[in-house]
Each structure stands twice: as C-alpha cells, then as structure tokens.
Design a protein around this ligand. Structure first.
Ligand code: SF4
Length: 75
C-alpha cells in the first residue's frame, strides 16, 4: 500500500503541492498550511492512501517540498 504522510506542523505554506496536485492537496485558508484532501489526521500528521500510479507525482512533490514535510511510504 502506498501512502502520503504530511507532517503538517513543518509546512511553510509555499503552495507547491497544491499547485502541482490540486486533486490531493489544498491550502487551508485559516493558517495557510497545506492539507491532504480526505486525509486522516493523527495529532497533526496527515496520511492518505494513494494508487500506485499516483506515486511518481507525489514523490516528485515530496522531493521539491522546501520544508521536507511530505513523505511517500510503502507499507
Ligand atoms: S510543498 Fe511542502 S511546504 Fe509547501 S505547501 Fe506543500 S507541504 Fe507545505
């Protein structure tokens, strides 16, 4: 299973993820940080299961995220 993990506290709100993948990411108008759309939140760490074909784009975004708060995991 492939998952995106987002450590939300570290997000600096640069908007890169939401621009490149608006189907998975949106910016929160309240605090300016990114949210995983339909993600599960556990104490500020958001996770979302994605399809295998969605992995490459999310890996690219994770590499580009300036806060390094996005991780793409297999488990
Ligand atoms: S790319 Fe990283 S720092 Fe920028 S908004 Fe997305 S999660 Fe936050």
């Amino acid at each position: 299973m492939t998952k995106i993990m987002h450590v939300r506290d570290k997000c600096i709100g640069c908007n890169l993820c939401a621009q490149q993948s608006p189907e998975k990411w949106k910016m929160d108008d309240n605090d300016g940080k990114a949210d995983l759309i339909n993600g599960r939140d556990n104490k500020g760490v958001q996770t979302l299961v994605i399809a295998p074909d969605e992995k490459p784009l999310q890996q690219t975004i994770a590499k580009q995220c300036p806060a390094k708060c996005i991780h793409v995991l297999e488990n």
